[in-house]
Write a protein that binds this ligand. Structure first.
Ligand code: GLC
Ligand code: CA
Length: 552
């Protein structure tokens, strides 16, 4: 029987399915493509796959606009393909985590179509958030709130007879109407969905925007100027971010998860104040929550040290295990961020904010404007440090190739709503979603036989998996070795700092496993021990700048 604590220190590999591997040459990655790569995943040494949404979708937000929660997008395959993929992963000893998007459905969901076709005040509309507009003829939105992707968070509907009607709320794109979680039918339906996938063998769930489900939209709705900022709120008083009631929903989910053997796991994507994150990670709730602190930090010893210490203490206090992540489908790849003057400038995870750093990088676009070599060296050093920490490590497909952000996507080929809703401000997230290069040559670098749905730059060739396979010192071999060693060396979830110069981070794990990272610009001496891994070759027995070594 599987160990029920398997998730606590798992290395979880995120697959963005449309961009991973295309089995039938239509330019879109699919489930059969993933199944074909299971041997690759097994050789990489990961413990679990987190699959971003694979449900039927018009892709208004890369699949986070779900038409039907209990089906597979025909562009990606069938339920039978899903079962085949799950079986192949399980046979390889790899768990499967599915992405669940409960805050909003797509506007093509049966429920939303029914809501639009039904009158004001109907049960069909009560599954979403409909309101009359303000102004003489209801021509103004119910509140002045801005959507996360830019533009208003309310959209006006048109009645069956063509006259302008009520407005509905959408925190994200207008194709993503927010569901009403006060409605028992909505609650019940999601339990059915979670059961559906759990029964099909899914081992855990990643919960999209877990902090937005519960809402208090009693009148009068406050104006933006009266609201606090997401991620900085402390008291649960915001009308939709991080309200306390949301935990009642997850307590219900936990009961369902615990009916399975081993219990299904869950990890919250919750952009909340660090002091409120633990609630999402509670064993009576989802059990684990992402901590994006390192992702938002510069490559800086002081920042890393503070973040690590704080998060490990928090995990101990709550009983969850820590989560660590540098890259995902929403942010600039870390090999690129670390090649910029300040990672924090580019590490703008909140789609739509369009900080200067992000716009600068991607508007310029060429990786030449980033110090690619420095970025990759730091990314490898940071990854080795991350993999030595207690807790779960979340990796994003392509980072094991040292892949850089693809900045040079022409406007006409961009797909991300964050780009379209913020003209000239936010370049969006397409640059980290470009289909992976498997081979240095051939149509779409081995992604498939029929091109790629986002254009791949020529320089992808040098990052191809085939070009790195078996090559000593390649990023791919470095990841494989690190993950293999991590399995061997992993034990209790504790870590201890060893005194070191301010720009060096040195810690030990139980059993004598040591990790040393040199954040400075000069080589430093290594402690006593045998070096078993190094993110770059040692120089004269010393640890070079921007390098991590593991010793035993
Ligand atoms: C999460 C996802 C992001 C998506 C948003 C809306 O932040 O990670 O990709 O756009 O939710 O579903
Ligand atoms: Ca395909």
């Amino acid at each position: 029987m599987t160990d029920p604590t398997w998730w606590r220190q798992a290395a979880v590999y995120q697959i963005y399915p449309r961009s991973f591997s295309d089995s039938n040459g239509d330019g879109i990655g699919d489930l059969k493509g993933i199944t074909a790569k299971v041997p690759y995943l097994q050789a990489l040494g990961i413990d679990a796959v987190w699959l971003s949404p694979f449900y039927p979708s018009a892709l208004a937000d890369g699949g986070y606009d779900v038409d039907d929660y209990r089906n597979v997008d025909p562009k990606l395959g069938t339920l039978a393909d899903f079962d085949e993929m799950t079986a192949a992963l399980h046979a390889a000893g790899i768990k499967l985590i599915a992405d669940i998007v409960p805050n909003h459905s797509s506007n093509r969901h049966e429920w939303f179509k029914e809501a639009l076709a039904s009158p004001k005040g109907s049960a069909a509309r009560a599954r979403y958030i409909f309101r009359d507009g303000k102004g003489e003829n209801g021509e103004l939105p119910p509140a002045d709130w801005t959507s996360v992707f830019g533009g208003p968070a309310w959209e006006r509907t048109t009645e069956a007879d063509g006259t302008p009607g009520q407005w509905y709320m959408h925190i994200f794109a207008k194709e993503q109407p927010d569901l009403n979680w006060d409605n028992p039918e909505v609650r019940e339906d999601f339990l059915t969905t979670l059961k559906f996938w759990s029964d099909r063998g899914v081992d855990g769930f990643r919960i999209d925007v877990a902090h937005a489900l519960s809402k208090d939209l009693s009148e009068p709705l406050p104006m933006t100027a009266e609201l606090g900022v997401e991620g900085q709120l402390l008291d649960g008083s915001h009308p939709f971010w991080d309200r306390d009631e949301v935990h009642g929903i997850y307590a219900e989910w936990r009961k369902l998860f615990n009916q399975y053997t081993p219990p299904r796991t869950a990890v919250a994507e919750a952009w909340v104040h660090a002091s409120r994150r633990a609630r999402y990670a509670s064993p009576d709730g989802l059990g684990q929550a992402f901590n994006f602190d390192l992702l938002q930090a510069d490559f800086d010893a002081g920042q890393f040290r503070t973040i690590i210490t704080k998060n490990l203490a928090e995990a101990q206090a709550t009983g969850a295990s820590s989560t660590w992540v540098f890259s995902n489908h929403d942010v600039v790849r870390h090999a690129t961020r670390y090649g910029l003057p300040s990672a924090a400038e580019a590490g703008n995870i909140k789609p739509g904010l369009g900080q200067d750093g992000k716009a600068w990088l991607l508007a310029g676009g060429k990786p030449g404007e980033v110090d690619v070599e420095l970025g990759l060296a730091r990314a490898r050093a940071a990854t080795a440090l991350l993999l030595a920490l207690p807790g779960s490590a979340y990796l994003y497909n392509g980072e094991e190739l040292g892949l850089q952000e693809a900045g040079e996507i022409p406007e006409s080929e961009r797909q991300d709503p964050a780009f379209f809703r913020n003209p000239g401000v936010d370049i969006g997230r397409d640059g980290c979603r470009v289909p992976l290069p498997w081979t240095a040559e051939g149509t779409s670098f081995g992604f498939g036989d029929g091109g790629a749905h986002l254009p791949q730059p020529e320089w992808f060739a040098e990052y191809a998996a085939s070009a790195q396979n078996g090559v000593d010192g390649s990023t791919l071999e470095f990841y494989r070795r690190a993950l293999e060693l991590r399995h061997e060396l992993q034990s209790a979830e504790t870590q201890e700092w060893v005194t070191s110069p301010a720009d060096v981070l040195h810690f030990t794990r139980p059993g004598g496993w040591q990790s040393v990272t040199n954040f400075s610009s000069e080589p430093v001496d290594l402690p006593a021990g045998t070096v078993v891994l190094s993110s770059a070759p040692l120089v004269g027995g010393k640890l070079p700048a921007n390098t991590t070594a593991w010793l035993v």
